[in-house]
Write a protein that binds this ligand. Structure first.
Ligand code: WT7
Length: 635
């Protein structure tokens, strides 16, 4: 019998040891006993981090939707798979059973087929958090199409870049979306994006806000009539274990976003197994992850992980502040949520509102609390633990990444003793290590370094779409034979890990991963801007906020700086989305550079952090005189 469900600490250590000493046997048993295969694998694992090439369950045949839906029908057909909680609390929640989900996914899959979508084609999904988002993702997987979900807060430019990068032939969107008291014209954004996407032949449009929108004849189709005419039966496409399941874009420290490619079997096994253990999911629990399916958290822990376990998963369309700051707790009470998984930025924003909103609701259904996306600071951890968990629901601080597909370092609730701000121990099968800047492995405890993983795990991304070299350069070149995460971490006296934050040019703002280079490219589009450098600085709610140093072109004219600030943020909103707006913009005559012309961000970061007492070694600067100017003009 495999250890699918870990229940106490000794068992964790025992299973962990097995998972690292005989990983193939370990994962084979999990895969064999808990999933549905059309054909078993020929080989559990083959890997070579120098290429890099990673294959799990090679030779196996399966369809992930059979595992997430069909196999539950006999025993859980009437069970709720998805609870949809709308933006407006007055609109009724929708309970979608496994039977119902099966029909809706099949109909959607048949509509995709009728639009000419075939196995291996890329489908862009640009939808708000409505049931059709989960259903369209599953419909793609049903027919072997590769979904590429783009978070519906991204701008038209960001959307078109992603559509073109992976040659999507079809886009699924809605007329618009609700966001608190506002509506957003999603279809208008798609229309704008498609002006520069020649490969898109059709657009399927879900009616959500009933706005009056433009429908391009021959290209745009309302979804509902097509669904109404589609059969509720659709045989699943039989996929190879290593066939791509989806592409999901994440920011890089340089260049355009990276389309991380996740494949089928390993991703399924790992997300299902982590979901079961990290949330200690039991048959009648109601699990709620507040993330958006536009991010990896939603892919793995709203859709695939929960459904593979036959769980009930909540999809929330709204925001934590609408109609007021009690909304999360109202939803917990209403649906008797047992596991609640959110981001530190939301916890900090809610903590700031005081206890009035919390006390109004009955939170006694809660058993496990989760945190993800950025380091959780001590204050937020205690507020969450004391006031939401009432010191009875353990907090699982889960560290992972778009690239890792699933949770990597985390406590297992009721198993691993928690420690504020610590993600604690590696999950089963995960072998982390810390490296120093010179490429040496740091052994022992009470140490700090750069977090790497030395052995493959089933749900790791296999490549970057269309750019395998970049995959190798970004993740496997910093340290030989190791996956480099981009994060710093410390390991305490008992071997618990605490993630200290990014060590590269990625900044996590409100749990969103933003690359400085992409934002700088947007800022530099402003006709008055000559050059710019973006760094992060601490912010009480967002974790980090963005600070831009901007050099203006010398045109001889004087310009209103506040107007320029607005225009620069407008350009960022158009190129990326409002999440990437700069909180502070400082106009400067120069940027500190090394003799080779590289911007010394370390110094700019210190100035943004108001930590100018020790700027470190500035002797190698090409232009040390600019520092005085920058420090004297901090806004
Ligand atoms: C980066 C990955 C994993 C899903 C959401 C974000 C940071 C994530 C934690 C945590 C400290 C965390 C890291 C990581 N991060 N979780 N529990 N503690 N930092 O996915 O957008 O790919 O971002 O988020 O810096 O590298 P992502």
């Amino acid at each position: 019998m495999s250890n699918y469900h870990i229940k106490h600490l000794e068992e964790y250590y025992q299973v962990y040891r097995k998972s690292v000493s005989e990983p193939e046997n370990f994962w084979e048993e999990i895969a064999e006993e808990h999933f549905m295969w059309r054909k078993k694998w020929d080989k559990v694992l083959s890997w070579d981090f120098s290429k890099p090439e990673i294959k799990w369950f090679e030779g196996a045949k399966l369809n992930i939707t059979e595992n997430c839906i069909d196999r539950h029908l006999a025993t859980r057909g009437q069970k709720t798979a998805i609870i949809f909680e709308p933006n407006d609390p007055k609109e009724a929640a929708e309970h979608i059973t496994y039977n119902h989900l099966h029909k809706r996914v099949n109909q959607f899959a048949n509509v995709l087929k009728s639009q000419g979508v075939k196995k291996g084609d890329r489908v862009c999904v640009y939808l708000p958090m409505i049931p059709e988002l989960a259903i369209s993702v599953l419909a793609c997987a049903r027919i072997g199409a590769i979904h590429s979900v783009v978070f519906a807060g991204f701008s038209a430019t960001a959307l078109s870049t992603r559509i073109n990068d992976s040659d999507c032939k079809i886009v699924i969107t809605s007329d618009g979306s609700y966001r608190g008291a506002k509506t957003i014209d999603l279809k208008g954004i798609v229309d704008e994006a498609l002006e520069s996407c020649e490969g898109v032949a059709s657009v399927l449009v879900v009616k959500r806000i009933h706005s009056d929108i433009h429908m391009e004849s021959g290209r745009d189709h309302w979804l509902q009539p097509l669904l109404d005419g589609a059969s509720t039966a659709c045989d699943p496409e039989i996929m190879d274990a290593e066939d791509p399941l989806f592409i999901l874009y994440t920011s890089g420290s340089t260049g355009k976003p990276k389309g991380m490619v996740h494949t089928t079997a390993g991703y399924m096994v790992y997300t299902a197994y982590t979901f079961k253990n990290v949330f200690q999911y039991k048959e009648n629990d109601v699990y709620w992850c507040t993330a958006d399916i536009g991010w990896i958290t939603g892919h793995s822990y709203i859709v695939y992980g929960p459904l593979a376990n036959g769980a009930t998963t909540v999809m929330f369309e709204g925001v934590p502040s609408y109609p007021d700051f009690g909304r999360f707790w109202e939803v917990v009470e209403k649906h008797k949520v047992t596991q609640f998984y959110t981001a530190p930025t939301a916890i900090r924003a809610l903590a700031k509102q005081g206890m009035g909103f919390v006390e109004k609701y009955d939170l006694t259904s809660l058993k496990v609390l989760g945190s993800v996306g950025e380091p959780i600071n001590e204050g937020a951890w205690h507020w969450y633990n004391d006031n939401i968990g009432k010191k009875k629901s353990p907090i699982v601080d889960t560290w992972w990444q778009t690239e890792t597909g699933g949770i990597m370092i985390t406590p297992i609730p009721f198993v691993t003793p928690t420690k504020p701000t610590y993600a604690t121990l590696p999950f089963i099968g995960i072998q982390p290590t810390l490296m120093d800047e010179n490429g040496k492995e740091i052994t022992g405890n009470q140490v700090e370094g750069r977090l790497c993983i030395i052995f493959p795990w089933p749900s790791m991304a296999r490549t970057i779409w269309g750019n395998h070299q970049r995959y190798k350069d970004t993740y496997f070149s910093a340290y030989e034979n190791k996956y480099f995460t981009g994060d710093g971490a410390l390991r305490d006296e008992v071997g618990y890990y605490r993630i200290t934050g990014r060590v590269d040019d990625v900044i996590i703002v409100s749990g969103h991963n933003l690359g400085t280079a992409t934002i700088e490219d947007a800022v530099n589009e402003h006709p008055a801007v000559a050059e710019s450098a973006i760094v992060g600085f601490p912010h009480d709610i967002k974790g980090n906020a963005l600070y831009g140093y901007v050099i203006l072109k010398d045109t001889g004219e004087s310009r209103d700086q506040n107007n320029l600030r607005k225009e620069i943020n407008q350009i960022i909103t158009e190129h990326i989305g409002p999440i990437a707006k700069l909180d502070k913009i400082q106009f400067t005559s120069g940027l500190p550079k090394t003799r080779s012309g590289k911007i010394m961000r370390r110094i700019l970061r210190k100035i943004a952090h108001k930590d100018t007492s020790n700027l470190g070694d500035t002797s190698t600067l090409l232009n040390p005189e600019v520092l005085k100017d920058i420090m004297e003009n901090v806004p």
